[in-house]
Design a protein around this ligand. Sequence first.
Ligand code: HEC
Ligand code: HEC
Length: 311
Amino acid sequence: MPDNAPRKLAITLVLALLAGLQGTAAEPTYSDIAPILQNRCVLCHAGPQPPLGLRLENLAQLLKGSQRGPVVQAGDPAGSELIKRLKGISQPRMPLSGPPFLSAAEIDLFERWIAAGLKPAVAPRATDAAAGPGAAPAATPGTMPNYSHVEAIFARRCAKCHSPHGLMGAAPEGYLLSSYATTLAYADRARVVPGSADASELVRRIRGQSRPRMPYDGPPFLDETEISLIVDWVNQGARDAQGKPAPVPSGAKVRLQGTLGANWRLDTLPLKIDAKTRIDHSPQAGDYVQVRGRLMRDGSVLVERIRPRSR
Ligand code: HEC
Ligand code: HEC
């Protein structure tokens, strides 16, 4: 119909504009694709007997893959079974309930998420990071730090105390920095939150946002390059030496220290406060505080207790 043509053109333009905007937006993270998985996939890929053993209710399960192996390969969308299924290159095409299948834009989002290295959660925006004390410049684009890049710093500067029989006897706070597994361990609480340097007490300590600053025997503290490398490593998923990102330990406890900002921010980290949060001694913006809370799925912190602390 001729009088539909201008309208079609207008819609096409708007779509092109949106696509353009998406292109310039930050790289997608798991938080961007999670709603699609919830709406279109968990219907089948959940519960005790999911198809081919593939559960898609959270990031850890997605990364674990099916009984045939991983369904996503970091950096390689075309080689990822999940993309092949979404496009119908592998049959049956997913979602099995389709058509409708996913839109081109939705598939594109999955492809960019895989290409960017399977980022777990929203990393702090560049502007936030730049505002943070001790913020370091972003690493060279395209580099994806893994544990083998930061291991030497921990071994050289931290493990002399943070090991089972170190300079101070048992490891301070029971926190061992002598292996990947112990650095990421969260049985008592998480000190490294994959995807969020700002929610990681380890990062707060090396930046000096949380005191005493680490290494405890400093100065010298870590230099800007070392701090920036660790920040990047954490923000890009605290990958193991093989480059596999760690899942966000949702539900794990955290204990963070820092300076309270306006609107419930701990330095640059937004805090979630709810009716159950215990707020002691009405902390004010500018106060140095201790926050105890739990990690939400998206890597944010739900505060259980917040109180001022002496510096
Ligand atoms: C109606 C049920 C259903 C829905 C909805 C569904 N799937 Fe599936 N999925 C299956 C079944 C059944 C299989 C096994 C098919 C086969 O390969 O024989 C499967 C297989 C897969 C596989 C292949 C795993 C492997 O290792 O080969 C992937 C990847 C996958 N699904 C992803 C998805 C994604 C992503 C969505 C959502 C966009 C989705 N599925 C939605 C039922 C479903
Ligand atoms: C000379 C010994 C020593 C060295 C070296 C050292 N630490 Fe510590 N660390 C401590 C002590 C003591 C504490 C407890 C301080 C406090 O909070 O009162 C601590 C606490 C911490 C905590 C807080 C743990 C928690 O449960 O909240 C983190 C994180 C940490 N250190 C990381 C590091 C890192 C990273 C390095 C290396 C860059 C490092 N430390 C080097 C002695 C050390």
